[in-house]
Design a protein around this ligand. Structure first.
Ligand SMILES: Cc1ncc(COP(=O)(O)O)c(C=O)c1O
Length: 401
């Protein structure tokens, strides 16, 4: 070979250079979103993806319409409209007791999905690891891959989804950049307790790591469970990135408005990533978000009360159909054990349910790194109306027939 004209490492002509990015090849399409498509195709009752099938509050729909009529139709400030950031800061302080500077500590994003991605891209360097509790909301896997982090999984153990603190400690080390926490938790319904958050705090301090905490289900709490924001734990304000959104609390998952609350230096990095990824979230919907965030406490009490009723309704339907259920203390999902049905695995059973019975649910394997760990689980959501529950009950009754 002539050193003056070296062959390119990979020849374009021969097609040996990969056409697609190695990162994109490392994860599959979302199983949750795929189940929704299957539900539509087979006319199934959709208890898979977590979006309400009941209306959003009239006041915020009106506020969105008025914002569009008032011509709030151009780019908002890239990191979020001022009134909206002020409202986020006020609500966060009211709920968690933690003061936030809306000028330097908040980035409004396109849903909590983008807030998580931008946050991870803002702090991760090659070689960094992130600790993730498993089962996990399926986005966290691709989030880690896309940001370049190596995930280290720590099991939440059924039936109460408890943590083995030794296992958790063993997952931390000099390469740990962050732990991703989701409380109340999807898919398990676990609500992390103060002692658990303090144990995580101690590890974050020991290894100089961040906590990225997804608190999108903060208002869906049952049986006296209390939500504690990680940022309110002593010594965590300066190393916590709190992710949240309008999506679940105000039943507007299609609006795509979320945010990240983080210390000023971290926020500066998140804002840059966010700006070049998306420029900004929908301006009129941020305006409507101001109305939402100013709702009185009674709105949240009613929300939790109504969801408790829906949870009990779906628990009853599933138990009647032969599922073993893990009773959630928060969020709006029920993890079930499907061993009794004798199917080879969760995917086979989910396919049978959607095609033969007419009910869509999410295979447990999509919440685990190793699919084998989720093969006896199926997740159902209960953010649905009575009409949907009634239809699901009738169809699920056929399983046993
Ligand atoms: C834990 C968790 N985080 C984030 C999201 C997505 O939120 P958003 O619609 O705000 O992007 C979901 C949606 O199901 C979720 O369950």
């Amino acid at each position: 070979m002539n050193p003056a004209s070296p062959e390119p490492a990979v020849s374009i002509k021969t097609g040996a250079r990969p056409r697609l990015s190695a990162k994109a090849e490392r994860f599959t399409e979302s199983v949750i979103r795929e189940m929704t498509r299957l539900a539509l195709k087979h006319g199934a009752v959709n208890l898979s993806q977590g979006f309400p099938d009941f209306p959003a509050p009239a006041e915020i729909k009106r506020a969105a319409q008025e914002a569009i009529s008032a011509d709030i139709n151009q780019y908002a400030i890239t990191w979020g409209g001022k009134k909206f950031r002020d409202a986020i800061a006020e609500k966060f302080e009211r709920d968690s007791g933690v003061p936030v500077d809306p000028e330097r500590e908040i980035t409004v994003c396109c849903g909590s999905t983008e807030a998580m991605m931008s946050s991870m891209m803002a702090i991760i360097n090659p070689g960094d690891e992130v600790v993730v509790f498993e089962p996990f909301y399926e986005n966290y896997g691709p989030d880690a891959i896309l940001s370049g982090a190596t995930p280290r999984f720590v099991k939440l153990r059924a039936p109460d989804w408890s943590i083995d603190l030794d296992e958790l400690a063993a997952a931390f080390g000099p390469s740990t950049k962050a732990i991703i926490l989701n409380t109340p938790n999807n898919p398990t319904g676990k609500v992390f307790e103060r002692r658990e958050l303090e144990a995580i705090r101690d590890l974050c301090h020991r290894w100089n790591a961040f906590a990225i905490t997804d608190e999108i289900y903060e208002h869906m709490l049952y049986d006296g469970a209390k939500h504690i924001s990680m940022a309110s734990i002593d010594g965590m304000h300066d190393r916590t990135i709190t992710i949240n959104a309008l999506s679940k609390t105000y039943s507007v998952t299609g609006w795509r408005v979320g945010w990240a609350i983080a210390p000023p230096d971290v926020t500066a990095a998140i804002r840059k990533v966010h700006d070049f990824l998306t420029v900004g979230a929908a301006a009129p919907l941020q305006e409507a978000g101001v109305t939402a965030l100013k709702f009185p406490q009674s709105y949240y009490d009613t929300l939790a009360h109504e969801y408790a009723h829906r949870r009990d309704r779906l628990l009853g339907i599933l138990a009647q159909a032969g599922f073993r259920c893990f009773k959630p203390r928060g969020a709006y999902y029920i993890m079930t054990d499907i061993s009794a049905f004798g199917f080879p695995d969760d995917v086979a059973f989910a396919k049978y349910l959607v095609t033969e019975i007419g009910v869509a649910a999410v295979p447990g394997s999509s919440f685990y790194e190793d699919p084998a760990d989720g093969r006896t689980h199926l997740r159902f959501t209960f953010c649905k109306t009575e009409k949907t529950f009634q239809a699901a009950a009738e169809r699920l009754a056929k399983i046993r027939a």
